[in-house]
Design a protein around this ligand. Structure first.
Ligand SMILES: [Zn+2]
Length: 581
C-alpha cells in the first residue's frame, strides 16, 4: 500500500476478544481494521480480521458468509451517517467497535459554511487579471461580496464534488453533484496595484441579513519593479496550483530564476505559470524580468551518460515531457538565435529536433535510438545540462546491472495489515530479501534501501536512487483499499509508474507475473508517488497482492509462494533488461 492513502488507521490497533475460554477457539477472534472509533466519509466499511476457521463469526448477530481456509474475513457493511456499532462474536468471544460516518451538510439558517469564504489566505494577482470570490451558503440566498469600491453579486452554483484520486483504485471516481446550489461565485477584474483588503460577504435569506469577512486579503501587484524568485532547493517542486493537492510539473533545478506574478498563502506563481512554495526559493527585486537568448547547443559523452549543454544568459524555467520514443525539453522565457546544434554520434540520441515556440519558448525533442534509461538536469552557472542515461553494459544474465530494491515502509510505519495482524513491512522485506538473492545469483549488484525493520523516509529512498543510479529501481509493496473498497473481491498484481521510461517495465512485469504465476490482475496505473517519480532510472512501484483479501493474504504469506514469486520476478526482470539492451 502506498502511504498516501487515508488508510493509515489500518496500522495501529488490533481489537482482540475480551475473553477466551479454554478449549473454545484455536484462533482468538480479532479485528485488525478498522480501529475502534474510526471516522470515515465512506458509505461502507470492511471489517478485516480472523477467527477460528471451524467456528462461525457473527457481526451484529449475522454470520460472516465468506471466510478463507484459515478463518480470515473481510466483509463490507453499509454505514449510516453518524455512529455505527459493530458487535462481533465467535462462541463466547466478543469484539465491539464503533465506526462513525461523517457527512458534510450544507449550512443552515443565515450563515456561511465555516472556512468557505474566499480567499482563505492572502492572495496577490496581476493588474487586469480575473479575481474570483466565492462562499458556501444555504440555497436560495442573496449573496454578494464587497472589496473597497467593488461590490460583486455572487451567483449560485451546484457544487460538484470530485472524489479523491484514490477513488480510481476502487473504480468510484464519478463526479458527485451535491444537492441544492449552495456554492456562490463571482469574479471581477481589479485595476491598479494596491492592497484591496479582505472581501466582506453579505448573505440575505428570509428577510435576515448577515455579513462576514474572508480570512484572506487581495493584493494587486505593481507591474514594476519585478520580484524575482531563484530556486534554492536542490530540486524545486513546481505544481499546477498553490497547494500540494495540485499536480506536479517538471522539478526546477537549483538556480532557476523567474518573475513572481502571483501569491496565494506561502505559494508563489512564476511567470511561466507554475506555482512553487516560497520556502524553496529566495527572492530579490529587479528592474527587468529574467529572460535569455539561446544560440548553439552541444553534446558530449561521459561514462554511462550523454550530456547535452544549453548555454543560456540566465537559468530559465524548464519542463520535460517524455514519451516512449522521445524526450521534449522546453526552455521558458527564452528566444532562440540558434544556427548550430552539434550532437555527437550518440548511443541513445538518434536525432535532436528543435523549434521556437513564439513568443519566448524554445523546444528540443530528442528521438531515442532505443529506449530511455533515465535523465537528470542541473544548472552549471547559467548553462543547463541535460544528462541522458546510456543502457547498461551487460555481461551474462544480469552481470553489469545494479538493481535497487526498496522494501516499503518499516519501523513505526507498518503499511497495510493482514487479517491476522501481519504488517506489510515484514512481507515487503522478506520478499525483497528473496528477490535480492535471486538477482545476485544472476550476477546483478543489488542495493536495498533497508535490510531490517527500520524507518527510512521517502526522501532518503529517492536520494538513494539518485546517488546509486541503478539500472532499475523497484519498490516492493502489498496493497489495501480505501474504506469504500470491496476487500473480498479485490485482488491481484498492480504496477505503478510515473515517467514514460518506466511504463514498459511496469506493464511487462505485470503481465509476466499474472501469466506466469496465474495471479489476478489489479492493473497498471500512472501514479504520482515518491518511488515512481525518480527520473535517474526506470522506477516502478509493485503492489504484489492485497493484504486485506483473506484468500490472497494466504498466498502472500506462504513461504513457498514467496520464493516462487521472487524467482519469477527475477526471471521477468532479466528478460526485460536483456530485451531492452
Ligand atoms: Zn505499501
Amino acid at each position: 500500500m502506498t502511504v498516501r492513502q487515508p488508510l493509515i488507521g489500518l496500522v495501529a490497533v488490533t481489537l482482540t476478544a475480551t475473553a477466551v475460554l479454554p478449549g473454545q477457539a484455536e484462533t482468538p477472534l480479532r479485528v485488525v481494521y478498522p480501529p475502534d472509533d474510526h471516522q470515515t466519509t465512506a458509505e461502507q466499511i470492511f471489517l478485516i480480521g480472523t477467527g477460528d476457521a471451524t467456528q462461525p463469526v457473527l457481526v451484529n448477530g449475522e454470520p460472516i458468509e465468506f471466510r478463507s481456509a484459515t478463518g480470515h474475513f473481510a466483509p463490507s457493511y453499509p454505514l449510516e451517517v453518524g455512529e455505527n456499532p459493530f458487535v462481533l462474536t465467535q462462541g463466547e468471544e466478543t469484539v465491539t467497535l464503533t465506526v462513525t460516518r461523517l457527512a458534510q451538510s450544507p449550512p443552515e439558517g443565515t450563515t456561511f459554511l465555516e472556512g468557505s469564504l474566499l480567499p482563505t489566505v492572502d492572495i496577490a494577482r496581476q493588474p487586469g487579471e480575473l479575481v474570483c470570490l466565492g462562499a458556501i451558503a444555504p440555497p436560495n440566498a442573496q449573496v454578494s461580496a464587497s472589496l473597497r469600491s467593488e461590490s460583486i453579486a455572487l451567483t449560485p452554483q451546484i457544487p460538484v464534488d470530485l472524489p479523491p484520486n484514490s477513488a480510481v483504485l476502487t473504480g468510484q471516481n464519478t463526479p458527485q453533484p451535491q444537492g441544492a446550489p449552495t456554492a456562490y461565485e463571482g469574479c471581477f477584474v481589479p485595476e491598479g496595484p494596491g492592497n484591496l483588503g479582505a472581501p466582506t460577504y453579505s448573505l440575505s435569506l428570509n428577510g435576515q441579513t448577515t455579513s462576514q469577512q474572508a480570512a484572506g486579503k487581495v493584493e494587486i501587484l505593481a507591474p514594476t519593479p519585478f520580484e524575482i524568485a531563484q530556486v534554492t532547493a536542490n530540486s524545486g517542486t513546481a505544481r499546477t496550483g498553490p497547494s500540494t493537492n495540485y499536480s506536479r510539473l517538471t522539478p526546477l533545478p537549483r538556480g532557476t530564476r523567474a518573475a513572481i506574478t502571483g501569491r496565494e498563502g506561502d505559494w508563489l506563481r512564476l511567470d511561466y505559470g507554475a506555482w512553487i512554495r516560497a520556502s524553496e526559493v529566495e527572492t530579490f527585486s529587479s528592474a527587468a524580468p529574467p529572460t535569455s537568448i539561446i544560440r548553439s547547443v552541444s553534446s558530449r559523452q561521459i561514462p554511462g551518460w550523454t550530456e547535452v549543454r544549453f548555454p543560456l544568459q540566465t537559468a530559465v524555467p524548464i519542463s520535460l515531457e517524455q514519451t516512449a520514443d522521445t524526450l521534449t525539453l522546453t526552455l521558458y522565457n527564452t528566444t532562440p538565435q540558434t544556427d548550430t546544434i552539434y550532437v555527437d554520434n550518440d548511443p541513445v540520441v538518434e536525432r535532436l529536433d528543435w523549434q521556437p515556440i513564439l513568443p519566448d519558448q524554445a523546444e528540443y525533442t530528442f528521438r531515442w535510438r532505443d529506449r530511455p534509461w533515465g535523465y537528470q538536469t542541473r544548472y552549471e552557472g547559467t548553462t543547463l545540462v541535460l544528462s541522458l542515461r546510456h543502457p547498461p553494459e551487460l555481461g551474462r544474465a544480469l552481470e553489469g546491472t545494479t538493481i535497487l530494491l526498496d522494501p516499503g515502509h518499516g519501523g513505526e510505519e507498518l503499511g497495510a495489515r493482514g487479517p491476522d495482524g501481519t504488517p506489510e513491512k515484514a512481507v515487503n522485506l522478506r520478499v525483497s530479501e528473496l528477490l535480492r538473492q535471486e538477482l545476485e545469483s544472476r550476477g546483478a549488484t543489488v542495493v536495498m534501501t533497508r535490510t531490517e525493520d527500520v524507518d527510512v523516509s521517502l526522501g532518503a529512498r529517492m536520494d538513494q536512487i539518485a546517488q546509486v543510479e541503478p539500472t532499475v529501481a523497484l519498490s516492493i509493496h502489498y496493497n489495501a483499499l480505501p474504506d469504500s473498497g470491496d476487500a473480498i473481491n479485490t485482488a491481484g498484481v498492480g504496477m505503478f509508474w510515473y515517467h514514460a521510461q518506466a511504463h514498459d517495465l511496469a506493464a511487462f512485469l505485470h503481465d509476466y507475473l499474472v501469466e506466469t504465476l496465474d495471479r489476478p490482475s489489479y492493473g497498471v496505473f500512472w501514479n504520482n508517488l515518491a518511488l515512481t517519480r525518480p527520473n535517474t532510472a526506470p522506477s516502478v512501484l509493485l503492489e504484489l497482492g492485497f493484504m486485506i483479501n483473506p484468500t490472497e493474504f494466504e498466498w502472500i504469506t506462504d513461504p513457498a509462494s514467496q520464493r516462487q514469486l521472487a524467482t519469477t520476478l527475477a526471471d521477468g526482470l532479466e528478460l526485460w533488461i536483456r530485451q531492452h539492451n
